[in-house]
Design a protein around this ligand. Structure first.
Ligand SMILES: *Cc1c(COP(=O)(O)O)cnc(C)c1O
Length: 305
């Protein structure tokens, strides 16, 4: 495939930037834009595309024909990897955490339709997935493959996410990103202008460890120590994929007001957080804020909105 085949994907890159306008934002003195990575591709959207890009090129360079990766049953990463395999001609194997799903949920049904071989492993084994013993067992079972870690989160993924900044011409005071593993945030920090504050919003409960994780990712990637970033831990709504009525109501009213669809696992929590912080006067008047819409809309099918 390589660069040639990637061209055939017709990706909407650079992704567009939408201006969110309302009386509330005007009165607050905040200029709010969203970078629409959700519009990159109908099936390969958001940061999951950004994270896959250099992994797919590496797989091709290594002449690998199979991608193997891991994820939960509603995983945006599993979905994107299966789509990439289908569109670019890789075989794909998805190692899914937990019990066999029968019938398949919409995420796994798509993945299966696109040719992904789904294998279920129990939670204890799933925790072993980084160990050499486990990986060599996988090779014994499935032969050669290019391994992409859970969530697509490795150094090549960070490199793909760092490219987001190259598509931003305007000066922003703040760039906001929802954080699971913090890989996307680390990529954004690695390539940000010094004057811009990069603000992460953790979607997991008790996510203070993310500060160290992101520092380590930056360090491992050879980036010098930067101080223009932070992670807000206050908008997890009870934990990963947990929702509350206030969050779902916010997502619905955001769509009505700004005509942009969010989802409750990542972007909904971040945008709720941004609006709450605006209300509390966290951003100085006159601030220019850019929120990254990191996609994930396939996951909406798991929720009643
Ligand atoms: C996976 C995901 C994230 C989190 O990305 P990390 O790099 O793991 O922090 C954010 N938003 C969406 C929509 C995602 O699918």
């Amino acid at each position: 495939m390589a660069a040639m085949a990637m061209k055939s994907l017709h990706l909407h890159i650079p992704s567009p930037i939408s201006h969110c306008q309302s009386d509330f934002l005007t009165q607050s003195g905040i200029t709010l834009h969203m970078k629409r990575d959700d519009l990159i591709h109908p099936l390969l959207q958001g940061n999951k595309w950004r994270k896959l890009k250099y992994n797919l090129l590496a797989a091709q360079q290594q002449k690998q024909h199979t991608l193997l990766t891991f994820g939960g049953a509603f995983s945006n990463h599993i979905h994107a990897t299966a789509a990439a395999g289908k569109l670019l001609g890789f075989k794909t194997i998805g190692i899914i955490r937990g019990e066999t799903h029968s019938p398949l949920n919409p995420t796994l049904q798509d993945a299966s339709n696109w040719g992904m071989r789904l294998e279920y492993i129990n939670r204890a084994d799933y925790r072993q997935k980084h160990t050499e013993a486990f990986i060599s067992k996988l090779h014994h079972q499935y032969g050669d493959f290019y391994l992409i870690p859970e969530g697509g989160s490795n150094t090549l993924a960070m490199q793909g996410c760092a490219e987001i900044n190259t598509e931003i011409q305007d000066d922003y005071d703040f760039i906001c990103q929802a954080c699971g593993t913090g890989t996307t945030l680390a990529g954004l920090i690695s390539s940000a202008r010094e004057q811009t504050q990069i603000l992460g919003f953790a979607v997991l409960k008790s996510a203070a460890f993310l500060i160290d994780d992101v520092s380590k990712k930056l360090n491992d990637g050879g980036h010098k120590k930067q101080h223009n970033w932070n992670i807000n831990l206050n908008y997890h709504f009870g934990g990963y994929a947990k929702t509350q009525t206030a969050l779902l109501d916010f997502i619905n009213s955001f769509k009505t007001q700004y005509a942009i669809q969010l989802e409750p696992v990542y972007t909904g929590k971040m945008m709720y957080g941004i609006f709450d912080l605006i209300r509390k006067g966290h951003f100085p008047k006159g601030s220019r804020v850019l929120a990254i819409h990191s996609g994930g809309l396939q996951g909406l099918r798991g929720f009643e909105l």
